[in-house]
Structures are given as structure tokens and as C-alpha cells.
Design a protein around this ligand. Sequence first.
Ligand code: ATP
Length: 310
Amino acid sequence: MIFATSPESVHVRAPGKINVFLGVGERHEDGYHALATVFQAVSLYEDVIARHADDFSITVSGVDDADAVPLDDRNLAMRAAKLLATAAEYRGGVALEIRKNVPVAGGMGGGSADAAAALVACDALWGTGFSLARLHELAARLGADVPFALHGGTAVGTGRGDQLNPALARGRFDWVLVTSDEGLSTPVVYGRLDALRDEEGALADDPPLSLEVPIPVLQALRSGDPHQLAETLFNDLQAAAVYERPDLADTIRLGVRAGALHGIVSGSGPTVALLCAGPEIAQEVQSILRESGLDPLHVHGPVPGARIIS
Ligand code: ATP
């Protein structure tokens, strides 16, 4: 394969996500759950800078606990770079610098954003020239949330969340995110959901759930009206996340009392996403929650997916 002359470094920015709606079906034999979800990319970004190198390496900044993010093949960005190298028959390596803003293990797909950014960065650095469709295919092999981080915006995800269809979302939605110092493990939360369902006998005798995103969710997104969207926010993983972290329910209550329209646990948590009627109210909610000793961030969505900055 012939590669065009390439830049010295490539800087890509990719967004974290919120699941505005997350329906979880029964566990498949391979351990995965069927999902029907609506992702929204929000203005909290991961930055990945790729530089030429003979080998593959990663440095990470922006995390309090250096051990929280693996620097080897367990890192999704490393896996993304190697997968692209194999697919493109590229013989060199890359030095990836990851500047994290999305909380680690926060249910906001930070690792997936790093992987999507690494795919786009290495593609540009190496002059691979893969189409977006080809990058999407590689992204889906890396993890269910990676294709969404590539595309951004607002999208419906089915299957494992990786079969994406863009959803029309008008305007801008203001969110206050409450992050936690301590992450929640995604497999632990799904395991808890299974256990809770077993206890309750839920789903056991039911026909497979019709895993579709309810029409009112899509209508609310199309309307651009946060009041409408607030009424349709839903997360099947919330009870399991709250079981593991009961304080999350308090955070949602506090956020609503401070002026948010509604709140949900984002993905598998523990980040809580509070939907606000507009930017001013979001700022107010943010400062009230900060006074309560929490760590709130004001973000907005939808925003674009992984993009080359320079
Ligand atoms: P998921 O995408 O599984 O829902 P999440 O969004 O809650 O996860 P992430 O920050 O993406 O959380 O990472 C979850 C785990 O994946 C981390 O605890 C870490 O061990 C591992 N990991 C692998 N690559 C990365 C990365 N680039 N950034 C952060 N964590 C990573």
C-alpha cells in the first residue's frame, strides 16, 4: 500500500456522550444485552494527538488516578491504532497523547471517544485514506459506543448500540453533568441489572422485548423543546446503578430541586445528567450543586463527532 506524505502530528477531538434513552433487553448467550438507545454527543471532549513513532505508545493526562487508565493493549485507543495499522498494512507505529476531560468509567464513553479519535488521527497521520464507512466498520469492532463517538450528533443505536441511525435533533439542549471521583464498572452494573431482574422475575417469561426507541423520545428531540425531552428521559440501567451507588438518586433529586427539568444516570453511571430549560438555568443549577459540594459541569449537545483540530 502506498501512503501519501503525511503531517508530523495530528490532533483530533472527540466528544463524550449521554444516553438520553437507554432500553436494555435480555442478556444474550455471548454475555451482551440487546439495546435500544439514543446517544447525544455533548461538549465535553477528549483530545488525542498522534505522532509518528516506530512502536505504539500512549501517554495520558487529565486524570487524578494515573492507574485508572491502562497504557497498554487494554487501552481502547491503543487497540484502535493497532487495528487500523493491521487493516491498512501500515508497518510503523504511533505515539498517542490522550488529554482526558470525560470522567473515567463515568458512563460517558470516554474510552470510546479516545478510540474514535485515535482512528481518525492515525488515518490522517499515516495517510491511510480510509472512508468514513471503513472507519465505522473498524470502530464497531472496537466497542459498541465507538461508532457513535466517530459520528457524534444525536443517534439511535440498536443491536449492541453499534447499529446507528442519525436522529433529527433541533436546537441545543443544556445539561448539567455531575461527575464522581469514583467510577462504576459497566459489567458490574449490567450484572446487577440481571440480578435485579432475576429476583423480580422480570423479563423471564416475557417474549423478547420489542427494543425500540419510543416515538415520543424522537418527537421531543425533533421539537428541540427540553420540557418535552425531560418527560421522556429514561435509563433501564438506572436502578442497577443506584443500587450500587444510592447517592446518585440524591444527586438527581438535588438537581431537580435546584431547577433542572429532570435527571438521569448517564449510561452505566455514575455520571448524572440533568436536563435544564436553557443555559442560564443550567448555570444556576451548576452553582447551587457546587455549593452542595458536588462537581457539576455545564455542557450542551448535540455536538459533532471525532474531528481533526490541527
Ligand atoms: P463504557 O464505554 O464501557 O460504558 P465508560 O464510559 O463508563 O465505559 P470509560 O472511561 O470509557 O468508561 O472506560 C471504562 C474502563 O475502560 C476504564 O475503567 C479503563 O479501565 C478502561 N479503558 C480502556 N481504554 C481507556 C481509555 N482510553 N480511557 C479510559 N479508560 C479506558
